[in-house]
Design a protein around this ligand. Structure first.
Ligand SMILES: Cc1ncc(COP(=O)(O)O)c(C=O)c1O
Length: 526
């Protein structure tokens, strides 16, 4: 480098000299390359929006529920030809952050299985984007890849899997499930499915309970097994898979010429949080030579809390486990994790040849994670999980996860004490399913159908009301209100708010439906 001032005839690299006559040397185009001061100004504006968001969150509605046209009118604008000012960009962000967003981190958000997102995780996500590592190749992301591998080994240890277990971060549980079942298919089909395809052998079967998440069926579809390739086993009163029926189904399928491939156990079903008898499933899979995958997308985090960990007994024996950090590890969306007993199997299923990816041998480098899953280019999502763990420490996770479960049990106890509510399923982890059931309905013949309709309407009314937010489950064919607490801001007063709002709105809806003379004939099946 020379000290010559920048200019088109500057000779910066003397070994090659100036551009020859007739060769136009392009001038810099620096519009997109912001100076650090400009980046700081934007950053400060963004931090201010974030500070206001954090301080106002409790007082904001969980969701504004404005119609689509109003949302579009508020947040959409034409893409400008020339840049907006920093103030305009910040104002735009402020409007969407404080406006038409649904806040899963609001203390009264208890719907689905959507975590709240901790502050250190969000800060880490900003920096991960800033350094823009491609975690598909070790050489493009040395620190990122090492952190991801280390984090997955740590998680494997938390789950009680043997030394050597590990995996990768995925864009969520659906992808983790697909990747795991692809490995299962390639390992257990009995022929080279990668080369010869699914049609080259007998029909393959995957088994799970009727309560398993829908992404398992979709994975079976994507893997070429068809929806019939996933066989759903009945559950007992606690919503756990019936292992005796499973054993019979496996035997029956073998007799019919099908090949059992994998059993998917649930460690926390999405509807009620039920945990299958993982040890029994592990025994059966070991005996039958079947791949054992555990969907711990929701419940896996319970392994961090000593009082809950025994519920997961047997999970460490799985061949693969999916666990979502964006659920009960409170990391902002999205961050799924897939752990395999033998992570090397991932490469047997996902390695491809890419001639433009030449790399000299003999260099001390780690593995390229693009050969271990669906994504080729990969972002550094591991950072937000890692920084959250460093910034909060394991003990804080243990306390808060146990507290979430305690709150779900508290909700159940309050429901039991209020005669116009009924519990619909036992609380295992941090999900409570209940319904509004006025006591004077007891002798109605169409009671269940009426309650389905009433609670469907009630759930919608609660969501539209915006003070609290829950979702629903179908339990034994009946419609239930469902609160899932994977939110470090939720406390007993928020659980009480849910019951109070459900009481207020439930009472009004019941009165309306009864005065309209609604009977079972008019009700909608869930
Ligand atoms: C038990 C369970 N498994 C799998 C999934 C799918 O995970 P994701 O939404 O991260 O793709 C969910 C989502 O709620 C879930 O609760």
């Amino acid at each position: 480098m020379t000290d010559e001032p920048l200019g088109s005839d500057r000779v910066e690299w003397p070994l090659i000299g100036p551009a020859p006559h007739g060769v136009v040397r392009p001038e810099p185009v620096a519009d997109l390359d912001w100076e650090p001061e400009r980046a700081s100004r934007l950053g400060e504006g963004v931090l201010d929006v974030w500070r206001v968001f954090l301080s106002d969150l409790k007082d904001l509605p969980v969701s504004r529920n404005r119609p689509r046209s109003a949302v579009a009118a508020s947040v959409l604008r034409d893409v400008p030809e020339e840049p907006l000012s920093t103030d305009e960009v910040v104002a735009h962000l402020r409007n969407l952050v404080l406006g038409d967003s649904t806040y899963s981190g609001h203390p009264r958000f208890m719907a689905y299985v959507t975590g709240a997102g901790t502050v250190p995780s969000a800060a880490a996500a900003l920096l991960a984007a800033a350094i823009n590592q491609n975690a598909g190749a070790w050489r493009l992301s040395p620190a990122a890849t090492e952190i991801e591998l280390h984090l997955m080994s740590w998680l494997a240890g938390v789950l009680g899997m043997p030394a050597g277990a590990g995996g990768l971060v995925t864009p969520g549980g659906a992808i983790a499930t697909l990747v795991a079942l692809k490995v299962a298919r390639d390992q257990r089909a009995g022929w080279d499915v990668r080369r010869d395809g699914i049609a080259a052998g007998p029909r393959l079967r995957i088994y799970a309970s009727t309560e398993v998440h829908a992404v398992v069926g979709r994975a079976a579809d994507m893997l070429g097994l068809g929806s019939e390739g996933l066989r759903l086993m009945p559950v007992d009163k606690s919503q756990r898979m019936d292992v005796v029926t499973l054993r019979d189904a496996i035997a029956g399928d073998r007799q019919n010429g099908c090949r059992p491939l994998a059993v998917v156990g649930s460690a926390g079903t999405v509807s009620t949080g039920a945990i299958d008898a993982l040890n029994d499933l592990a025994d059966l899979c070991a005996e039958q030579g079947i791949w054992f995958h555990v969907d711990a997308c929701y419940g896996g985090a319970a392994a961090l809390a000593p009082e809950l960990k025994p519920l997961l007994t047997g999970i460490g024996r799985a061949d693969s486990v999916a666990i979502d950090a964006h659920k009960w590890l409170y990391v902002p969306l999205t961050a799924g994790c897939l752990i395999l007993r033998d992570p090397a199997l991932l490469e047997s299923s996902f390695k491809v040849a890419a001639s433009y990816q030449f790399e000299e041998g003999g260099l001390e480098r780690g593995p390229d994670l693009r050969y271990r899953g669906l994504q080729f280019s990969r972002s550094f999502e591991a950072l937000k999980i890692w920084i959250a763990l460093l910034a909060h420490g394991r003990a804080a996770y243990a306390r808060r996860i146990a507290h979430d479960a305690e709150l779900a049990h508290y909700l159940a106890a309050r429901v039991e004490g209020l005669p116009w509510f009924e519990m619909m399923a036992p609380v295992t982890l941090s999900i409570a399913c209940f319904r509004y059931a006025p006591a004077d309905l007891d002798d109605r013949q169409d009671r269940d159908k009426y309650l389905d309709l009433l609670n469907q309407r009630l759930m919608t009314a609660i969501q539209l009301d915006g003070r609290v937010y829950c979702s629903n489950a179908i339990v034994d064919g009946r419609f239930a209100l469902r609160a899932c607490i994977v939110n470090f801001r939720t406390e007993a007063e928020d659980v009480e708010a849910l019951l109070s709002v459900a009481t207020e709105l439930g009472r009004d809806l019941d009165r309306e439906l009864r005065s309209a003379g609604t009977s079972a004939a008019q009700t909608v099946a869930p």
